[in-house]
Design a protein around this ligand. Structure first.
Ligand code: 5GP
Length: 192
């Protein structure tokens, strides 16, 4: 019998490391155990994104009011003055369902929330094969301007220096292999 209550799983990586694909794959493979934790952000929705699904898109005022009321389990200003944060209410909603929240968040946010829930979290760092490959993936995504691409690559270099602080590092050189390894870690964690 798996005990999922009040555990949480953090998947963090530099942008472009393939974190979102791994998160999607895990949600498909473990639908009874995991639920995606929908963050709040002040960035604008990208084409195809729906409020409440990928993110709760909010105003700066509303986000800052959540910070003031201590309603966020962690938050960061990730890029270009845009806030991103994990609402405590979102974690509680998922725990109420008897599932474990799966968080797709940035590296600093991942380490911060792990400090807040040290006994009950599993923190996994998704490692891109190289910065060259990371740059190629970000180009291929086609959602970046030259400036935002540069910002993401600079941040990625900085974020890679924190990977040793995570419980596990998964090299994403091949998506299926990375998903298999991550799934195994999560199954073990949920059963413990
Ligand atoms: P994007 O704008 O590409 O959706 O996300 C930018 C970065 O913000 C990604 O690394 C994503 O994982 C991270 N992110 C998403 N939600 C949160 C959150 O709630 N907290 C933090 N700290 N980072 C987040």
């Amino acid at each position: 019998m798996e005990s999922s209550r009040n555990k949480l799983i953090i998947i963090a990586a530099p942008s472009g490391a393939g974190k979102t694909s791994i998160v999607r794959c895990l949600l498909e493979r473990l639908p009874e155990q995991l639920a995606f934790s929908v963050s709040c952000t002040t960035r604008s929705p990208r084409p195809g994104e729906t409020d409440g699904k990928e993110y709760h898109f909010t105003t700066v005022e509303s986000f800052e009011s959540k910070i003031a009321k201590d309603e966020l389990a962690e938050w960061e200003m990730v890029y270009f003055g845009k806030y991103y944060g994990t609402p405590v209410s979102e974690l509680e909603r998922i725990w109420q369902l008897g599932k474990t929240p799966l968080l797709d968040i940035d590296v600093k946010g991942g380490l911060n929330i792990r400090k807040r829930y040290p006994e009950s979290s599993l923190a996994i760092f998704i490692d891109p094969p190289s910065l060259t490959e990371l740059s190629r993936r970000l180009h291929a995504r086609g959602t970046e301007t030259p400036e935002s691409l540069d910002a993401r690559l600079n941040k990625a270099t900085y974020e890679m220096s924190f990977k040793g602080e995570f419980d596990h590092v998964i090299l994403n050189d091949e998506l299926d292999k990375a998903c298999n390894e991550t799934e195994k870690l999560i199954r073990n964690f949920l059963q413990a």
